[in-house]
Design a protein around this ligand. Structure first.
Ligand code: C5P
Length: 267
């Protein structure tokens, strides 16, 4: 995949490209559907298709790749520019690591940026993706969309019986990590290779692997709507938002585009 160039002071300077990598190899056991949640149809389209539509609407992305489980290799119906790699692993981190390895083997430059995004976060908007890119392209480490914690955070006591509160944590410095998370491809690959040595223990997002290298990812304020469909009730919530956006787009095409693409302020 070729790097884009921008003429600076008459001399073309190579610019690293940005690629999207969408892990979609999970089984969706927590939704209780008995099948992967990313193939559930909401507002007339599969969850994965809603997610892909947001990324395909960002012209600055050089490529979009989906990682599926080996047994999902026959998956069809994805739009033509999307590359499908059947290299999913047993954890999200392993699926991402395998996808990055495949991109490097295809000749993608290690200095290029990669935006990793959960297939199940189907409410992400092109404007949020673009906001992350704008913030991270100038950053030495890279970063992630995140939301200042709106609720009070409790720690439960371990033990028998119902959960009881052991402690209330200060929430002022707590954020909820979302995706996309954007890092240099080579750096993230190295971070996940290091995590692989311990079976990816504790690595539930890309940033945590980068942090283990002693680096501090940038947190870019995201939207409360950028939820990950995880539990059965999330399906109804996500569908309601998608239907609202579709109605807005039908009745108020100009404003709907703007509002659907606008990052809401954190609550
Ligand atoms: O399970 P969880 O909700 O954390 O999954 C987040 C994303 O990672 C989902 O899009 C899921 O399909 C993907 N995933 C994956 N490979 C796995 C587990 C999850 O690509 N082994």
């Amino acid at each position: 995949m070729t790097a884009k160039t921008l003429p600076l002071h008459g001399t073309p300077a190579p610019l690293p490209s940005c690629h999207a990598l969408i892990p979609s190899a999970g089984s969706g056991s927590r939704t209780g559907l008995g099948r992967p949640k990313q193939y559930e149809v909401l507002a007339g389209r599969r969850i994965l298709d809603h997610t892909l539509a947001a990324f395909l609407a960002v012209p600055a992305l050089a490529s979009v790749t989906v990682v599926v489980a080996p047994e999902q290799a026959a998956d069809e119906g994805l739009p033509a520019p999307v590359q499908v790699l059947a290299v999913g692993g047993s954890t999200r981190a392993e699926s991402v690591f395998n996808g990055l390895s495949a991109l490097l083997a295809q000749g993608v430059d290690a200095d290029d940026w990669v935006l990793v995004h959960d297939a199940a976060r189907c409410l992400v908007t092109p404007a949020q993706i673009q906001a992350l890119m704008t913030a991270c392209l100038e950053d030495a480490v890279g970063g992630l969309l995140a939301l200042p914690l709106p609720d009070t955070l409790k720690v439960s006591s371990a033990g028998e019986g119902p959960d009881r509160v052991r402690q209330t944590l200060e929430r002022a410095d707590k954020w909820l990590a979302q995706t996309p998370q954007m890092f240099r491809l080579g750096l993230l690959h190295r971070a996940l290779m290091q995590a692989a040595a311990s079976g990816f223990a504790g690595v539930t997002d890309e940033a945590s692997a980068i942090e283990a290298l002693g680096l501090a990812p940038l947190m870019v304020p995201g939207s409360a709507q950028n939820v990950k469909v995880t539990y059965p009730e999330d399906l109804a919530l996500a569908e309601a938002v998608l239907l609202y956006r579709q109605t807005q787009a039908r009745h108020f095409p100009a404003t709907a585009t703007t509002s659907a693409l606008t990052t809401e302020p954190a609550p």
